[in-house]
Design a binder for this molecule. Sequence first.
Ligand code: ZN
Length: 249
Amino acid sequence: MKKLLIAVFFIGILGSLFLRFDPMGWRPFRSHSNSELQLLLKEYEKRLDALYTEHERLSLAPIDTNEIGAEGKRARDLLSISEMIQSYKYQADMITRERTLRQTLGRYFLGSFKPDNLPLILSALSAILFFLIIINERLRRPYPIFTGKVEESVKLEQYISEADLPRKIETGFSSKKEAEQWLKKDPNLFCEYCGGKMRGTSIGTIQQITFYKKVPPGLKDMRVKLGTYWYARPSPVLTCTSCGKEIHR
Ligand SMILES: [Zn+2]
């Protein structure tokens, strides 16, 4: 869950940057207000109307046959008007897209945010949730986790018969982290008399043991692996740093 929230947080930030720089030209966003957009759209529509009228007038006007090149000139004029019409149409289209986008955002009460800020809302929500989860974990923890040192002994290899494995696994952990957590959650790390911290040279020792299948006499060792486990041994002597109480185990 925490990893997911961290991922969402960064997706939000990346999304916001993406929309801000808009490398694909997806975002029809300008910093105009709604009424400015409305005016702009009206203005474009007016110009388009004028251009259409001009286009029609020019194409219907009789050609002066005495003038040399009059036909070519008219064709060029008509082409340039058509190009202007295309360009205004494109602009009007972009404005319409922007207005639709704003209206959609407004419907979800997000109208006051710029589109490139929207993913940041996602980031903020995931950050808040992340801290709520952490605070909740802190509050629910029955006793604070001891942050002392865990010692690690050299790795061991053992040859055992397969039948012995279940008994060996019983006291082991499948990961180093689990073994460490087990040591750190030891209630003996806090004095039962005064509540102070109980300390030893360390809070315990962990060791990795890899089990291999016992080699029958006379056969070559094929290193048949049965499994790797972590073992935790709490510190044999702990002394309370406040009242001096000692425990031996
Ligand atoms: Zn004590």
